[in-house]
Write a protein that binds this ligand. Structure first.
Ligand code: SF4
Length: 434
């Protein structure tokens, strides 16, 4: 079916633009696979595409502004080429689309996250393509590493977050379904999978007992051909001892955790509705490091949340200094329409203060990362080569360190042993030793 349709429709192209988290990337990959199965060709530009998809993110104001700017560009393109099909999908699209239809009348299809059926229906009708069976196709992107969504939605309703309103309540896929997908990925050469969820640790709570994240990790660990397994994003309240023990016990599960703490002060954490305290978070990190001493830990932080004082922010800085994360993703709070904080709290910290707080975090974290990475100089680390970046061969270690390799050979999708010769805050550099 694939080849036949490719021949029929090769003159019809699609272009997918994606912004946001790994979930969005995974959704776009899935849609691209369905388009491929429908016989559409992949294009690198809006100009060359018959179908243009924007996969949107509204988790932060900066992301939303980029989507709006892209939509502005599409408006002028539609005037010149009215036959092009425009699709807006992702977190900008809620259950009601009346407002979006008014603001962007030149968009043909609006689709909520993960809901790609309306897109496929519209395109197959409009273009006269038989799409039967194309939707059942799973993610088969022939890359080195692939994202595999395992649980959709989120039940947590943190006060600042739009995700539960856009991606809905938590729904886990079955272990069997996920393992099938991972097996298929291995046939396409994928060696590393990242199991995805907005709150990946709560995987399986809606399934029968015996189907929790640790059980899934164990099942994926048994898939021949898979060499590395990662999972993200974790939530401190759902990171159980069983999950930590699974990371320790299962040889393919990589020792790195993305464990957002968001703020260092207990009152701020409380108004964010995060459900844990500073002490509980620190105890959890201690537990992870007791079981898995070589674990690397990354985190997410929001600065300038409603009412956060300078003294409260200092607690965030203190936590960063104490824990010494391997990576920190920090962002300034921006109210998202319809969330609890937007409806009930005042965005009281000025833009300038938020900027200063972000800069303080980056400065502190940079010096932490310089120190951590310097200690790796001289070590030999296993690296899975992913390709070329800035004309340099690069890959990642088991615990997610970015490594640039001094080599003239294309080693993409190979495991190599790299002796680390140099480091910066953001990456390691080395030469192949074996
Ligand atoms: S855990 Fe909180 S921040 Fe994360 S997706 Fe759910 S509601 Fe949003």
């Amino acid at each position: 079916m694939l080849n036949l349709k490719s021949e029929i429709n090769s003159s019809k192209n699609y272009f997918v633009w994606t912004i946001g988290c790994q979930m969005n990337i995974a959704d776009s990959q899935k849609l691209e696979n369905v388009f491929d199965n429908m016989g559409l060709g992949k294009s690198d530009s809006v100009q060359d595409a018959n179908v243009v998809v924007l996969n949107s993110c509204v988790v932060r104001k900066s992301a939303e502004s980029k989507v709006e700017s892209m939509l502005g560009t599409l408006k002028s393109v539609k005037t010149l080429f009215p036959e092009k099909i425009f699709v807006l999908m992702g977190c900008m699209v809620g259950p009601k689309t009346d407002d979006l239809k008014k603001r962007f009348p030149y968009v043909d299809v609006f689709a909520q996250p993960q809901k790609i059926e309306p897109i496929v229906d519209f395109i197959s009708n409009k273009m006269g393509i038989d799409s039967e069976g194309c939707l059942e196709s799973i993610t088969v992107t022939p890359d080195v590493a692939a994202y595999v969504p395992i649980i959709h939605g989120c039940d947590k309703f943190c006060s600042f977050c739009i995700i539960p309103y856009r991606r809905g309540r938590e729904v886990s896929r079955t272990i069997e379904d996920i393992v099938n997908e991972v097996e298929l990925l291995t046939f396409r050469g994928v060696q590393e999978v990242t199991l995805l969820g907005q709150n990946v640790d709560s995987y399986g709570h809606d399934l029968q007992p015996g189907n929790r994240l640790e059980d899934l990790l164990s099942a994926v660990n048994d898939v021949e051909g898979i060499k590395r397994i990662r999972f993200l994003t974790s939530h401190p309240n759902d990171m159980s001892e069983q999950i930590i023990k699974a990371v320790l016990k299962l040889d393919k599960v990589c020792e790195n955790f993305l464990l957002p703490f968001q703020a260092g002060d207990d009152d701020v954490l409380n108004s964010m509705r995060r459900g844990y305290t500073n002490l509980e978070y620190r105890n959890l990190v201690d537990k992870i490091r007791d079981y898995v001493p070589q674990a690397t830990i990354a985190t997410d932080i929001i600065v300038g949340f409603c009412g956060e004082t300078e003294a409260q922010f200092q607690e965030t800085l203190d936590l960063i200094q104490e824990i010494r994360f391997d990576k920190v993703h920090a962002a300034a709070y921006s109210p998202r329409k319809g969330t609890i904080s937007d409806r009930m709290m005042e965005d009281s910290v000025s833009k300038e203060e938020k900027k200063e707080r972000l800069e303080a975090i980056w400065e502190m974290q940079e010096s932490v990362q310089v120190e951590i990475n310097k200690k790796l100089i001289g070590q030999e680390l296993e690296v899975l080569v992913e390709g070329k970046k800035r004309n340099k061969v690069f890959g990642r270690t088991r615990n997610d360190k970015l490594v640039f390799i001094d080599t003239d050979y294309d080693k993409t999708n190979e495991f190599v042993c790299v002796k680390i010769d140099d480091s910066t805050a953001w990456s390691l550099q080395g030469t192949i030793s074996r």
